[in-house]
Design a protein. Structure first.
Length: 220
């Protein structure tokens, strides 16, 4: 089996702009109990990477290596006990959680068992006013693991719906990436939030619905 060939149960939540996004410390603290059992069911230890910018986009915020413990969560989440003041000027772009870590995935030539992506549409989508939705959250669980832990998946998806006040929650089953050539792939799940999820063109005008997605998704 190649890195990109395993099938995944993939969920996407488009969060209400009025909801506190998951990169806010209080929201993340509420989400952690729901996602933690699923992350721990993966075949290896998770790792986190977050792309954020200093005030006026004057460089990246440096977090160092991020794992899956309290001190690491406090580093990248806005308004945590350790960055309550400094994070006020940060601009959040995205956070990814890989379980196991991407280094293990590369070594094993196997995509992660669980992948979580959180993106800020107001920055990444280039739209800062009149947003139909704000956060774009993608949860992907390799189908074999999802079949063994259906309750954990349901709990995590329900928490996503509730905490993001999801204006749209979609589902599809798909491989990690689409094959290109003999061993390459494109349209990877890890890239969906910024490339491949939405059709080209404006997505914050008119009605919010599945018609905005490039592929066929089902409502959850």
């Amino acid at each position: 089996m190649g890195f990109h060939t395993a099938n995944y149960n993939v969920y996407v939540a488009l969060g209400d702009p009025k909801a506190a996004p998951l990169w806010k410390w209080k929201a993340w603290q509420r989400f952690l109990p729901a996602i933690d059992p699923l992350i721990n069911a993966a075949r290896g230890k998770p790792a986190v990477r977050s792309t954020q910018f200093l005030a006026k986009l004057a460089g990246d915020v440096k977090f160092g290596r991020l794992g899956w413990k309290e001190a690491d969560h406090q580093k990248w989440c806005h308004g945590s006990p350790t960055n309550k003041d400094t994070s006020k000027s940060w601009r959040f772009l995205s956070t990814e959680v890989w379980a196991p870590a991407w280094t293990a995935c590369e070594r094993e030539d196997l995509a992660p068992d669980v992948f979580l992506s959180i993106a800020d549409e107001s920055l990444g989508g280039g739209q800062r006013k009149s947003l139909l939705f704000n956060s774009v959250v993608i949860l992907a669980v390799v189908s074999e693991l999802a079949q063994r832990h259906p309750t954990e998946v349901d709990i995590a998806v329900s928490a996503l719906r509730e905490l993001t006040l999801a204006k749209l929650l979609g589902y599809k089953r798909r491989p990690w990436g689409k094959s290109v050539g003999s061993d390459g792939f494109t349209n990877a799940i890890q890239d969906l939030a910024f490339s491949g999820l939405f059709k080209p063109g404006p997505r914050h005008k008119g009605e919010l619905g599945l018609h905005l997605f490039a592929d066929k998704w089902k409502k959850v």
